[in-house]
Design a protein around this ligand. Sequence first.
Ligand SMILES: [Zn+2]
Length: 275
Amino acid sequence: MGAPRLTVALTVDHDAISDAVRRGDPPVKISHGEFGSRVGIKRILALLGSRAIPATFFVPGHTLTTFTDDTEAIVAGGHELACHGWFHEDFAELGVDQTREVLGRSVEAVRAVTGAAPTGFRAPYWSLGPQTLELVEAAGFVYDSSLMADDYDLYRVRRGDRHSMPDGTQWGAPGKLVEVPVYWAMDDWPHFEPGPGRPGLSAPSAVLEIWTEELAYAHEHAQGGLVMITVHPECIGRGHRMAMLERFIEAAVALDGVVFERLDAIVDRWAVANS
Ligand SMILES: [Zn+2]
């Protein structure tokens, strides 16, 4: 079966308080993450359910095991559970043994819920060490979603790239791991959440313009392509931003030949076509 004219992947990083716990953050920061479980994810699941849209949820192990009602609701909604660290670790800071331990524990936590190993991994902060993705592949994952070398097309992650001075770059060979690329402009967080180097709190109309222009361009120029959206319940879950997400979905539905799919389904189809 051929690819749809355009596929939209809604991906939800359900970080909740996992990173705040790891950092020992104060109460307000904890409450910011708690909003994601208490309010945000319920609104997202209701919106997806009302339109029968399947999505992929990247859930840190801490969220998975702390907010078990959310985990059950995600699975009951027909959505995909994928891994996103345990305490939302920065994988660039982890050694090989720590990486293996976090990946292994995360896989088992998902397996305990769904009965099957997850196929997808996304690095928190999209932050990877030089060996992280080799370890992700070795842990049995089928795809990663943390890199941005492409936009509307998937690709295989290379292993063994070497970049050094003064020799320059020697490319490695593609491995098995499939990359489903991401980008900051298509992520709610850099637009809305204040932080170092960014003002945050953007008007939703500005973000809607970026997302719908991306949608229109891909629809026109990337037959069979993918538009990847990343959202966080504690961020997109605020009312004015949920209204924007709803408008974005309406814009996608209004285009000819657009479907919404989970990443595991998109990767399966791509792997068959590119084997
Ligand atoms: Zn995250």
